[in-house]
Design a protein around this ligand. Sequence first.
Ligand code: PRP
Length: 184
Amino acid sequence: MEKICTLDEFNHRIKKVVITKEEIEEAIQRAGKEISDSYDGRPILLVSILKGAFVFMADLCRAITVPCEIGFMCAKSYYSGTKSSGVVKITMDLDQDLSNYHVIIVEDIVDTGRTLRDIVKLLKARNPLSLRVVTLLDKPDRRLVDFKADIALFTIPDFFVIGYGLDCAEYFRNLPYIAEYNPE
Ligand code: PRP
């Protein structure tokens, strides 16, 4: 995709809103309560997978009412546009010793499942007290490997989505809602 130079083109690429800001907020409050209830008093580490999950992480951690720490990893599989490269590369790793924590991976979307399959395998090998995955979006129709998140806030059909952290060629992460991308 070429660089977006005008506001008109930016807006033209946003086909339609599929999950509103209010629906996201409501679902995050529910997930925050569920997590707070199940980990009450135990050491939690929330691990956000950058870049896509940065907005979800910021809102989810504020919906969690028990003590928790945060950490970040950077994984990349879509190098440009809307097609997956099929190769997951870890470009930034955690600095915590996971053996002291109940780890919750915070992800924006499970698509083919490759990113989380690889990250879960990597983090399990570091012997956390427990490991769970929460994802904002789940696109089961696109799955190429066997993977299921413990908590998925929304299940969506197979179309390319942008906003609330999700990009197309690095744009649209700043939209406060999830929208369908218009490729034309
Ligand atoms: C996206 C998304 C997930 C991954 C899901 O990340 O944030 O991490 O793809 O796809 P998968 O289930 O097919 O592996 P991306 O590689 O686009 O990087 P980004 O988070 O920096 O946008």
